[in-house]
Design a protein around this ligand. Structure first.
Ligand code: HEC
Length: 196
């Protein structure tokens, strides 16, 4: 290589380096912050991932077996579906669910899933956020009276944060109101204690 061409190469290299130094790679603009989830959106996410529909939305028979009837989403045990008497179960069985998956018979009696829609007379219409928080946290009907019966998983849901419980309530206020009067629970007498 001639002296001339090697000088040229060195010069070209220097120019390239200079160019590289003077033009730092542009830093990408910061990613836009994810839009904050509203309480209603958070509540919808929690309701859909905590199984509320499994018990509070009546099931109907679909092509692949029983499926939640979303036209009656979260409206509880249908008033038109009457339960005569709890089934007699073989000793190794503890509880039974009815055909809509909304009535449950067990040692506690018969429990019917509540109407969680905001209907004024038959749903959570008159409930306050405070009643809802108390019901879930303390397992008391309407926050103050009799114990909430199985299989309502309040012992699990009571571990939700205040914000999450409030979000669930906010979402339940936002869904379409469905008029459906759920029957009162049938409370079984407590089983005889030992030695009786
Ligand atoms: C495994 C079935 C099951 C699941 C899952 C379930 N529930 Fe329930 N829920 C019930 C039953 C049964 C009752 C009625 C209990 C009773 O009458 O004491 C009930 C009652 C309630 C009540 C009324 C309590 C009261 O004061 O009488 C509320 C509110 C409620 N559920 C909210 C929810 C929410 C919110 C979810 C989801 C995060 C949920 N439930 C998931 C079965 C379930």
């Amino acid at each position: 290589m001639s002296k001339f061409s090697s000088t040229l190469l060195a010069a070209a290299g220097g120019i390239l380096m200079l160019a590289a130094c003077s033009q730092p790679a542009p830093t990408p603009p910061p990613a836009p912050a994810a839009p904050a989830q509203s309480p209603v959106e958070r509540g919808q996410y929690l309701v859909n991932t905590s199984g509320c529909h499994d018990c509070h939305t009546p099931f109907k028979m679909g092509p692949n077996g029983p499926e939640p009837d979303m036209a009656r989403a979260l409206s509880g045990h249908p008033e038109s579906v009457k339960i005569s008497a709890p089934p007699k179960l073989p000793a190794e069985w503890m509880f039974a669910g009815n055909v809509t998956g909304t009535a449950w018979a067990g040692p506690w009696g018969i429990s019917y899933t509540a109407n969680l829609t905001p209907d004024q007379n038959t749903g959570l219409g008159i409930w306050t956020e405070d009643m809802f928080m108390k019901a879930i946290r303390e397992g008391k009907h309407m926050g103050t009276s009799r114990p909430i019966l199985p299989p309502m998983p309040w012992p699990a849901y009571k571990n939700m944060t205040d914000d999450d419980l409030k979000a669930v309530f906010a979402y339940l206020r936002s869904i379409p109101a469905i008029s459906n009067r759920v029957p009162d629970a049938v409370i079984a007498p407590p089983p005889p204690g030992p030695g009786k």
